[in-house]
Design a protein around this ligand. Structure first.
Ligand code: PMP
Length: 409
């Protein structure tokens, strides 16, 4: 039985008050809150086991190394990754995307090659490819978004051909909430000998995953969006691909032997983990994964799907509102615009009621242009949000509309 009121007790920050009001935190797509279990894991590491990993043989180093490597195994198994050797710790999704665009892209792309992305990519899966394209002469192509916020898969089939070397796609849009058919795109990529990269920043926290079944070659996500600490995320890559790639960053643990004029590389995954890693944060991510597994990803997803549907239906009742994204097959996130109130003003007014939402371009400016707007307001839910909080949001949005409408009508 999923008892959201019991679950909320694990998150100390949810007790906070913003002025007179209880905090209603609806900015989970930006970052999630952390349960006591994760905070305790961080404290315990620093209080009892803190040491640098891999190199020393003293007791603390052995304990820290074991905890760090146990986290790798936990995260790999959480994602359904076929081989934990391909699980590389990074600072987050952005660093993971850069790793692929630099270490694979710069070595493998040539003039005339194409990288196919979507119109809805987060900048972190667009800008690294722009840089790789500039360096190699490769070209970027974009799968368009249909009016309802879903991918135009017919156009995807037309765009992809023998010149395609990589398809990169957000699993779940951080603006629209659309769940994209990345398994179909992976098949399409493989049918022409290309690779498939999935940005899982907005899927890993919410949807039960099985990377083996998704069939992608690379998958990235961020710990801080899945009840884990900031400064830690992962790239999972097919080990055969990672073996062939150049290192991304040089120094520290990624070497085997170093000579004045050249070096050789460590085995996977260490080849891609240069310098002192975010050790405590990786261990915290392991605790986050334990926490999510304890609740059960199926139950979390069921809760969020129901909450998302409820929010989508409720907010659409507000007069004059435009809500973006598809009606079906979406996650717990609503992006919207009121004709009377700029999204920034709206989020400021809601803040006075203790409600935290986001407004802006959500790091997806090309998608914003496609939608014909400069900004939207976005409320994004997570495992600890409730229907009552959705009601408070919708009530506050309605009051703002009435207040501003009185000046504009
Ligand atoms: N991709 C998507 C879809 C996102 O929502 C985000 C975070 N807003 C990122 C990538 C980047 O994640 P991070 O900042 O943790 O690297």
């Amino acid at each position: 039985m999923y008892d959201v009121n019991e679950i909320r007790k694990d998150f100390p920050i949810l007790e906070r008050r913003i002025g007179e009001r209880r905090l209603i935190y609806l900015d989970n797509a930006a970052t999630s809150q952390k349960p006591r279990q994760v905070l305790d894991a961080l404290d315990e590491h620093y209080e009892a086991h803190n040491a640098n990993i891999h190199r020393a043989v003293h007791r603390l180093a052995e304990e820290a190394t074991a905890a760090y490597e146990a986290s790798r195994e936990k995260v790999a198994s959480f994602l359904g990754a076929p081989d934990a050797r391909g699980l590389i710790f990074t600072r987050g999704t952005t660093e993971a995307m850069n790793l692929v665009a630099y270490a694979w892209g710069r070595r493998s792309l040539r003039e005339g090659d194409e990288v196919v992305l979507t119109e809805a990519e987060h900048h972190s899966n667009l800008v690294p490819w722009q840089l790789a394209a500039q360096a190699t002469g490769a070209r970027l192509r974009f799968i368009p978004i249909r009016e309802d916020g879903t991918l135009d898969m017919e156009e995807a089939e037309r765009l992809v051909g023998p010149q395609t070397k990589m398809i990169g796609c957000i699993h779940v849009s951080n603006v629209l909430g659309t769940i994209n058919p990345v398994d179909e795109l992976a098949e399409l990529a493989h049918s022409v000998g290309a690779l498939m990269l999935v940005d899982g920043a907005q899927s890993a926290p919410h949807i039960p995953l099985d990377l083996a079944a998704l069939g992608c070659d690379f998958f990235a996500c961020s710990g801080h969006k899945m009840v884990g600490p900031t400064g830690i995320g992962v790239l999972w890559g097919r080990p055969e691909m990672l073996e062939e790639m150049d290192p991304f960053l040089g120094g520290g643990e990624m070497i085997r032997e170093v000579y004045p004029d050249h070096s050789t590389w460590n085995d996977l995954p260490y080849k891609f983990e240069a310098g002192t890693m975010s050790i405590a944060q990786a261990i915290g991510l392991g605790a986050a994964v334990d926490y999510l597994n304890g609740l059960g990803m199926e139950s979390i997803w069921e809760h969020e799907r129901r909450l998302g549907e409820y929010a989508y239906e409720k907010i659409r009742e507000v007069e004059g509102i435009t809500v973006y994204g598809p009606e079906k097959n979406r996650t717990g996130l609503v992006s919207f615009i009121l004709p009377e109130v700029h999204p920034h003003d709206l989020s400021q007014i809601l803040d006075q009621e203790g409600i935290a939402i986001r407004s802006g371009h959500h790091c997806a400016q090309p998608l914003m242009r496609r939608l014909g707007v400069t900004a939207t307001a976005r409320a994004s839910f997570y495992l600890y949000n409730t229907e009552e909080e959705v009601d408070m949001l919708v009530g506050a949005v309605e009051r703002s509309r009435e207040f501003f409408g009185a000046f504009t009508s």
